[in-house]
Every structure is written in structure tokens, then in C-alpha cells.
Design a protein around this ligand. Structure first.
Ligand code: ADP
Ligand code: MG
Length: 452
């Protein structure tokens, strides 16, 4: 019985966001099944209502898919299962623990579908903003015309910024349009272990053939490529074969191939032949748009001020943004207060910023100058020489992004006349960053030097 529920949960999980799954399905179990009359145990009455109203269909289907002839489903509060947390005392820490618990269950239960794709990732629920619009435009182009202009499609960016979501969405959409296509998604680490298994079982050729038949290969988290000559060579061969047949190749990574030490140079350069696209940290407006879209998709009520509060206070990534959003909504339902009321009465306080130690404006200016082999005086002087001017503008840009300084203050830090020069400088860099990968890498390196 336990296994049936475990399998059903694995299936349900495929259809929900991780946060929703962990919120609603943690601590559920199958108490009994008598001729299709199912009783599911839950923690308290609040969950009974939510599961019945919102997830009955999903649960029914998942059970049916596991060969249970469902006639009726009831939810029962299990008083015996001692819940560590009483609902009125739910804290963020508790929720995190619950999340981790679910993650560990999930690890042991998931049987991924054959093609590795998870249908919950779609383009419809991927919010387009200034942080990702170029990558999304390329993704749409690939969907219209796979194997064509953006091949290979190399997508990079920090954790939690939507890489997996976007590339899975491409795969799902390609299949939706043409179910006969062979699309395969795999994290690079699985690619390796499968390859090694195949070799050990004398099935190296079969492994290779399986990949050659694909129309679209999606490799996630390429940064974990290892320096095992043979497996890297195998990947390279498969890459070349597919490429020559004009099959679409999609690769994600947390950084550019040239910055991954273990990767063969030829492979690195080939991966970015068709350019490299990145996902950046969302700006305030992007974050608000993502939260509004989530509220709408999940049919949740949340005040615009509460959305702004969360957006303002989560500065790490979109995964954290979703996490805080779900926490507040859950607390709101449990406590019977609106999200804004919770924020205003101090019950929740969101603060997710990267754990970098703060740097002073002076340190930032010094590091930028040093990076470009200039003295602070040179960089912050009046010179109009191109590379000095660029360095000065980079300093303005980093000061703007990394400190709370006003543009007037930034002007005086970098020795320019007024705030309009600063605004011009910042927007120049922002514009250049869209296409100039070298500049983008430089800024990343400078930041590493500032905080490293
Ligand atoms: P990565 O693979 O870059 O670490 P994910 O693709 O796993 O990041 O994204 C983390 C979470 O944020 C996922 O739940 C994803 O659905 C969500 N997410 C990321 N970007 C967006 C977006 N633009 N719109 C909506 N949800 C997003
Ligand atoms: Mg990912």
C-alpha cells in the first residue's frame, strides 16, 4: 500500500511546482483502500479542505494510474501521527524542514519518464522579463525551427534563474507540436553514469545509437562535466553526429564553457558556435511579474503591496522568490490573515540576499581600477580614452548594482560631473551586456575579486 502511494506521489509531483507539492503532500499517507474506497491520512482539517477542493482530480488520476480502481476518496486527520508542528505555530524553519523531508522522499520515489521531461515546465508559465527576453526569443525560434539558427543553443546563468525550466519547456513544446519527435533531456551527470554503465555492460554501441536517433538532445548542468577523457570524447562524438544531421542540441550551464576548467577546448568553442544566451537576476519589475503570474496561475489572492514586499526583499534567485511566496501564502491560509496583514504585523519577514560580505564603494572603485590596470586616480579622472571611460562606466554600473548609493553619490565616487552622466554610463553598460559576452565575464570576474 505504501508503495502505491509512493508511486502516486511521484506522479503527482510531476504535475505540481516543488513548493506546492511539498506544501500539500508532505505527511500524507494512504490509510486504507477497501474496494476502491480510499482513505488518505493528512495532518489537520485545513489540509482536508485544500486537498479535497484543489487536488482531488490529480490524486484520483494518480491512483488510477497505479491500478487502483478508485470509487471514493476521503481524507482523514490522523491524530495519532504526532505532528511536530501545530498549524498555528508554523514557522519558516519548519517549512524548510518539511521541504527537505519531501526532497528526500522524492529522491527515492521518482521514476522519470523516458524522455526526462517534466510537463509542468511550459513556456506559458515562464514569465518573460528583461532578465531573460533574449533567451526566450531564441527558445521560440528553436521551437519554430529546431536545428537551425540557434544550434547548439547554449544557455547559462546562476542557480535558480530558470535554466532547467526554459530548456524543458522547449522540449515539451517541440513534442506538443510534433509528438513523433525524439526529444531527450538529461543532466550531464546522468549522461555519464549511463555511459559508464553501458560500457561496463558491453553496450557502448547501443548507447551511441540511442543518441544518434534523437531529434533534440537537452543536456542540463554542463558545468558538472568531468575530465574523464573517454566520456568527454563520447559526448563530443554524439554532439558532432547530431550537429551534422542538423539535430537540435541544447546545453545549459552555470557559466560559459571557457570558464569550466575540465572541458576540452574544442568542445568548449563548439558549444558556443551559435552564441551563448544567459539568464540574469530578475529586476524588481520582473520579480513582481513572476509573482503576479504565479498568484494568477494558482488562483491565489495576494495584495500588490505584499508582492512588492517579497520582490524587494528576495535578491538571490527565482527559486527563493517562489519559496518565500509559497511560505507567506501558506501562513496566510493557516492563520486566516492576508499576506499583507502578516507582513504588517511582523509575522513574516523576508530577507534573502546573497551571502556576500558587503563591500564599501571605495573598495569597489579600487578593484575595478585595478582590474583594468589603472590607478583609481586615472580611472576617476577626466580622460575620454575609450578603455578608461569603459572602466569608469563599469565602476558606476557595479556601484549601482551592489550598493544602495544614489546616482549623485556614485557620480562623486567615480569623479564625474553629475547623476545624468552616471545614468548614461549605467545604461551604456546595460546595453552592451546584452551582446558583449567578454564584458559580461569581466564584470563577473570583478565581482569575484570584490567579494572573493
Ligand atoms: P535553474 O535550472 O537555473 O537552477 P530552475 O529552472 O530550476 O532554475 O528555476 C527555479 C524555479 O524558478 C523553478 O520553479 C522555475 O519554474 C522558476 N522560474 C524560473 N524562471 C522563471 C520565470 N521566468 N517564470 C516563472 N517561473 C520561473
Ligand atoms: Mg537547473
Amino acid at each position: 500500500m505504501y508503495d502505491v502511494w509512493k508511486n502516486a506521489l511521484a506522479e503527482i509531483e510531476q504535475q505540481l511546482s516543488p513548493a506546492n507539492f511539498s506544501t500539500w503532500f508532505q505527511d500524507t499517507n494512504l490509510i486504507s483502500n477497501e474496494d476502491g474506497n480510499i482513505i488518505i491520512g493528512v495532518k489537520n482539517t485545513f489540509y482536508v479542505k485544500q486537498l479535497r477542493n484543489r487536488y482531488l482530480d490529480i490524486i484520483t488520476t494518480a491512483l488510477k494510474n497505479n491500478d487502483i480502481d478508485v470509487k471514493n476518496i476521503e481524507f482523514e486527520v490522523q491524530t495519532k501521527v504526532k505532528s511536530k508542528v501545530r498549524p498555528r505555530e508554523i514557522t519558516k524553519n519548519n517549512l524548510t524542514n518539511i521541504g527537505n523531508h519531501i526532497k528526500s522522499i522524492r529522491k527515492s520515489t521518482i521514476t522519470p519518464p523516458q524522455n526526462g521531461l517534466n510537463q509542468k515546465y511550459t513556456l506559458d508559465n515562464f514569465v518573460v522579463g528583461s532578465n531573460n527576453n533574449l533567451a526566450v526569443a531564441a527558445a521560440r525560434n528553436i521551437i519554430e525551427s529546431p536545428g537551425d539558427r540557434y544550434n547548439p543553443f547554449f544557455l547559462y546563468g546562476g542557480p535558480g534563474l530558470g535554466k532547467t525550466h526554459l530548456v524543458q519547456a522547449i522540449g515539451n513544446e517541440l513534442l506538443r507540436r510534433d509528438p513523433s519527435l525524439k526529444v531527450f533531456y538529461t543532466p550531464i551527470s546522468h549522461f555519464y553514469s549511463d555511459f559508464i554503465d553501458a560500457i561496463q555492460n558491453g553496450k557502448g554501441k547501443e548507447f551511441n545509437r540511442k543518441f544518434q536517433k534523437l531529434d533534440c538532445l537537452i543536456i542540463d548542468d554542463f558545468q558538472f562535466i568531468v575530465n574523464k577523457e573517454k566520456s568527454q570524447e563520447e559526448f563530443f562524438n554524439i554532439f558532432n553526429d547530431l550537429y551534422q544531421l542538423n539535430k537540435q542540441i541544447i546545453v545549459t550551464s552555470d557559466r560559459l564553457p571557457s570558464q569550466i576548467k575540465t572541458v576540452d577546448e574544442r568542445l568548449a568553442s563548439r558549444l558556443t558556435w551559435a552564441g551563448a544566451f544567459d539568464l540574469q537576476l530578475p529586476k524588481f519589475e520582473d520579480k513582481c511579474a513572476i509573482l503576479r503570474a504565479k498568484a494568477e496561475l494558482e488562483d491565489k489572492e495576494i495584495e500588490p503591496e505584499a508582492i512588492e514586499y517579497i520582490a524587494e526583499n528576495v535578491n538571490t534567485n527565482i527559486r527563493d522568490l517562489e519559496g518565500e511566496f509559497n511560505t507567506i501564502l501558506l501562513m496566510s491560509e493557516v492563520r486566516g490573515l492576508t499576506p499583507l496583514q502578516l507582513i504588517e504585523n511582523g509575522s513574516v519577514s523576508v530577507n534573502r540576499t546573497s551571502k556576500l560580505r558587503p563591500a564599501t564603494p571605495k573598495q569597489i572603485v579600487e578593484k575595478v581600477a585595478k582590474y583594468y590596470n589603472l590607478t583609481t586616480k586615472e580611472m576617476c579622472g577626466k580622460s575620454r580614452v575609450a578603455h578608461i571611460k569603459t572602466a569608469r562606466q563599469v565602476a558606476m554600473y557595479i556601484l549601482r548594482k551592489e550598493t544602495p548609493l544614489s546616482t549623485n553619490k556614485i557620480a562623486s565616487e567615480v569623479g564625474v560631473k553629475d547623476h545624468s552622466t552616471v545614468m548614461h554610463g549605467i545604461s551604456k553598460i546595460e546595453k552592451d551586456l546584452k551582446l558583449n559576452f567578454i564584458l559580461r565575464d569581466q564584470i563577473e570576474e570583478i565581482k569575484e575579486k570584490i567579494y572573493g
